[in-house]
Design a protein around this ligand. Structure first.
Ligand code: NAP
Length: 257
């Protein structure tokens, strides 16, 4: 029996921080779109549920453990992904952490940890993956920014990192465009995940009240779900989105600026 030809839009995608939350939804969506997906998170064992869900639905996924802020770990992970799934040409920089505090209480460690995962992580992953994209003369990078990039009390580190990712996105779009690589950012508003649950806990507000408070400010009248962000990522990754680059898309149930 001859093997079925590979559809032209079947690529290898890497989604960081994909063990849960928004990353898991993006990984599932890209797999449903026909791509092979590397589900990358800090610990490989934590990726099992995401990987299993994809493989059980007829997709192809492998779990990879790596700290995106560690250059050696990133190089090893991207090398392994290329060997196991084929050269990665789609990258979603989604891994993220919060270390919220008002400026006068924010420690050096809080600052460095957030910069390390969001900014250094996106830099290291993008640098490693672009080698494969340039080789393939095709690629997609999607970075997860946030409405916090516009300023948010208690998040000087996170807001700076998420605003930084917007400048990073636009610069990579300029540098990599000639290789048919598009680079865009999604800036989610309030999305129900462990991250928003942790914030509610930190500020001491019961989660349902915390959600209701957020929803009161959202024009479409509901909280966001990880699938809302996955739909935006799916669009940026599409073959026919090749003229959309260097953009920041606020996915927040209403306008943001
Ligand atoms: P989440 O539920 O906390 O998931 C984040 C994932 O990233 C976790 O699996 C985490 O692993 C992983 N991760 C953390 N540090 C890592 C590292 N150094 N290397 C590899 N993986 C790492 O967060 P989420 O709500 O889905 O958010 C996903 C992205 O969207 C983040 O960039 C976040 O800033 C952004 N975002 C979220 C919202 C929202 O409302 N939820 C809004 C705007 C933007 P561990 O579990 O081991 O820590």
């Amino acid at each position: 029996m001859t093997e079925a030809p590979t559809p032209p839009d079947q690529r290898t995608a890497v989604v960081t921080g994909a063990a849960r939350g928004i990353g898991a939804a993006i990984a599932a969506r890209l797999a449903a779109d026909g791509h092979r997906v590397a589900v990358l998170d800090l610990r490989e064992e934590d990726t099992a549920a995401t990987v299993e869900a994809i493989n059980n639905s007829g997709g192809k996924a492998v779990g990879v453990g790596a700290d995106v802020s560690d250059a050696d770990a990133v190089a090893a992970a991207v090398g392994r992904i290329a060997a196991e799934l084929g050269p990665p040409t789609i990258l979603v920089n989604n891994a993220g952490i919060l270390r919220d505090n008002l400026l006068f209480k924010m420690t050096d460690t809080d600052w460095d940890a957030v910069m390390g995962v969001h900014l250094r992580g996106a830099f290291l992953m993008s640098r490693a993956v672009q080698a494969h994209q340039v080789q393939a003369q095709w690629g997609r990078i999607v970075n997860l920014s946030s409405t916090s990039a516009l300023g948010n009390r208690g998040q000087a580190n996170y807001a700076a990192a998420k605003a930084g990712l917007q400048g990073f996105t636009k610069t990579l779009a300029i540098e990599l465009g000639r290789y048919n690589v598009t680079v865009n950012a999604i800036a989610p508003g309030f999305i129900e995940t462990d991250m928003t649950r942790a914030t509610a806990e930190r500020v001491g507000v019961p989660y349902p009240d915390f959600v209701a408070h957020a929803v009161a400010e959202i024009p479409v009248g509901r909280a966001g779900a990880p699938a809302d962000i996955a739909a935006a990522a799916s669009f940026f990754v599409r073959e026919d989105a090749s003229f959309v680059s260097g953009q920041v898309l606020y996915v927040a149930g209403g306008p943001k600026d």
